[in-house]
Design a protein around this ligand. Structure first.
Ligand code: ZN
Ligand code: ZN
Length: 611
């Protein structure tokens, strides 16, 4: 479900998180002024507009350059390597540096009149503003630097530098050498920052930092051997590596001690509560809904999906269970039918081929039904997921990073050859005949892949870097339902049943996340929701529970984006009547790039004169 692109968007920065965007309430995107009454005015306005846009382009360039200086780790993750030798120490001086940077950017942003900016610049302006405000909130209010010890881990960026060929190995090792000097101070600052952590994040930090040791004990020494650095220089690494390893081990021991002390119940709760949840929702998602409203919408969706699934089950029951009475408990009957249908799937060795076979069929459907513009110059490249990317089986879209010149965007499909017979069977039942088609729609056409192609037509570094996750995932989820509504799958009841199960997952994620963090839902209640009301397997449900204790809000992004795009489409249909064309809506919507849905909605209504 996740695109590779998203991975780089949720990068955790030293100390503060800069992931996600923020704040829709103070959007600075104003409706454009009414058309000028005479030509003189018109000309004047155009001149001002041109000036502001040019000025804004210059501002953006400077802003990014400065940002990579202040957040060099983040730069490395998106492929900007100029400051790769800088490891920032998360101390007070660092906090002051961040604060100074965000204050300055805020002052500069305020100088622009966003009504005088082009739509693309106006969305960039909104994204930068959201990002800065979000960063302030994470630093001053959320303060996970005090209670999430897994914020502190130096391994990730060392790994990227070590394994990415952006310059010679010798040069990269020089950057690594300089970074190593700061590792002991980095962990000292981490220990000073942590006040009252949650048990869950403490356990995660211990586990992840233990995993980090391998880079310093094995990977870096191996690369030093392979390098052509003079022996003298090679030797200088030894004491540095030893100090780094000691620092990490020291942090692990300190956390283990802390874990013992807080295991008696004095740990901070992983539930963040209503106030912080609503604020985090506002910053990370950027929605016209509040978290509570979205939760209520999800409850309503769950009820509707259940009704549809029950109706389909009643209809299909005699076809598949002719000599069996349907169980009284309707959801039990639904589950039984889903299980029965799920045996229809491809053979494990045909999994990748089946994806290749399906894509042209899905593409033809989109073209025949005139659903949106497809760019023949950017064909979908399907490939087997490269070995180094194979963490989990499944499918993903990998887009080149914003600073990466590689032209291709890939649809990665992982063959099931590393699976046991049992694992493969369970996986294939999940991605059965129907769900596999929905997965292809979500990941590729007209989901993530198509969205990326459209977004790249008006390239914006800002939108590549600060892209709104709820919009990106929401589009992919929206495209699933849209395809079925337009007749993909011939309105087969089996297809709608499986789609409903699939859609229930994003609905249940929203209910689960809100219920856990705001309403105090217990683990047992959570598993019951996922297994009995969303028809998930136990392992999947348990994994989801764990994820919800180690994150907040993110699980709601899929449903939020979907619900907002769907609602906006229905709103436009109503406002435009006969003039509404689905294809125009899709093309126009996607042309704004990875901006938050409320920002796109506002700009589109203005452009269409419907405000
Ligand atoms: Zn997705
Ligand atoms: Zn089977």
């Amino acid at each position: 479900m996740k695109t590779i692109l998203r991975v780089s968007l949720s990068v955790v920065l030293a100390g503060a998180m800069l992931g996600g965007c923020s704040d829709s309430s103070e959007q600075s995107v104003n409706p454009q002024e009414a058309t000028a009454k005479n030509e003189v005015q018109e000309t004047t306005r155009e001149v001002i507009q041109a000036d502001q846009n040019q000025e804004f382009e210059e501002f953006k360039e400077k802003f990014l350059e400065e940002m990579w200086q202040v957040y060099p780790n983040y730069g490395v993750y998106v492929g900007y390597y100029k400051y790769d030798d800088q490891l920032k120490i998360p101390n007070q001086e660092r906090e002051a540096e961040e604060k100074q940077f965000s204050d300055k950017i805020k002052r500069q942003l305020a100088k622009f009149d966003t009504s005088k900016l082009s739509p693309l610049n106006a969305t960039d302006h909104a994204l930068i503003k959201n990002q800065i405000e979000s960063g302030e909130w994470y630093r001053d209010v959320f303060k996970s630097s005090e209670w999430n010890p897994s914020n502190y881990n130096v391994a990730g960026v060392f790994g990227v530098i070590l394994n990415t060929d952006y310059k010679s190995l010798d040069e990269r090792l020089k950057a690594i050498s300089k970074r190593l000097d700061n590792v002991p101070a980095y962990y000292q600052a981490a220990i000073a920052n942590i006040k009252k952590p949650t048990l869950e994040y403490t356990e995660l930090a211990i586990q992840q930092n233990k995993g980090a040791l391998g880079i310093f004990q094995k990977s870096i020494p191996e690369k030093i051997e392979q390098s052509t650095l003079p022996d003298e220089e090679k030797k200088t690494f030894e004491p540095k590596l030893e100090k780094a390893i000691n620092a990490i081990n020291g942090y692990i021991s300190w956390l283990e001690e802390k874990h013992k002390n807080i295991a008696d119940g004095s740990a901070k709760s992983f539930r963040i509560g209503e106030t912080l949840y609503e604020q985090k929702f506002k910053h990370d998602i950027v929605s016209d809904y509040t978290a509570k409203q979205l939760y209520e919408k999800a409850l309503q969706s769950k009820a509707e999906l259940h009704q549809e699934m029950i109706a389909i089950t009643k209809k299909l029951w005699p076809k598949y269970f002719s000599d069996e009475v349907m169980p009284d408990e309707e959801l039990v009957a639904v589950k039984k039918l889903i299980d029965h249908l799920s045996v229809k799937h491809v053979k494990r060795e045909e999994f990748v081929d089946e994806v290749r076979r399906q894509m042209p069929i899905i593409e033809k459907f989109i073209l025949d039904h005139d659903l949106l513009e497809m760019d023949p110059s950017r064909p979908l490249v399907i490939r087997e997921t490269p070995e180094y990317m194979r963490g989990f089986a499944g499918a993903s879209v990998s887009a080149p990073g914003p600073y990466d010149a590689t032209a291709n965007t890939y649809y990665n499909v992982t063959p099931l050859d590393h699976y046991t017979e049992e694992q493969a069977e369970s996986y294939l039942r999940e991605y059965n005949h129907w769900i596999l088609q929905i997965l292809n729609i979500h990941e590729a056409l007209p989901g993530h892949y198509t969205q990326l192609v459209h977004a790249n037509k008006s390239p914006s570094m800002i939108k590549s870097i600060f892209g709104n996750g709820a919009m990106i995932e929401g589009w992919a989820v929206y495209s699933e339902r849209m395809m079925l509504e337009e007749g993909y799958g011939n309105n087969e009841p089996e297809m709608w049943l499986m789609y409903s199960k699939w859609n229930l997952r994003v609905v249940a994620n929203t209910i689960l996340d809100y219920s856990i963090h705001v309403l105090g839902m217990t683990r047992e209640e959570g598993l019951n929701l996922l297994m009995n009301e969303a028809f998930q397997e136990k392992t999947e449900a348990e994994g989801k529970w764990r994820r919800a204790t180690l994150s907040q809000v993110q699980l709601t992004s899929y449903f939020n984006g979907y619900a907002e795009i769907y609602a906006f489409r229905e709103e436009l249909k109503q406002k435009m009547g006969d003039k509404f064309k689905l294809k125009d809506f899709h093309n126009k919507f996607l042309s704004y790039g990875n901006a938050p849905v409320p920002v796109i909605r506002k700009l589109m209504l203005t452009e269409l004169g419907l405000e």
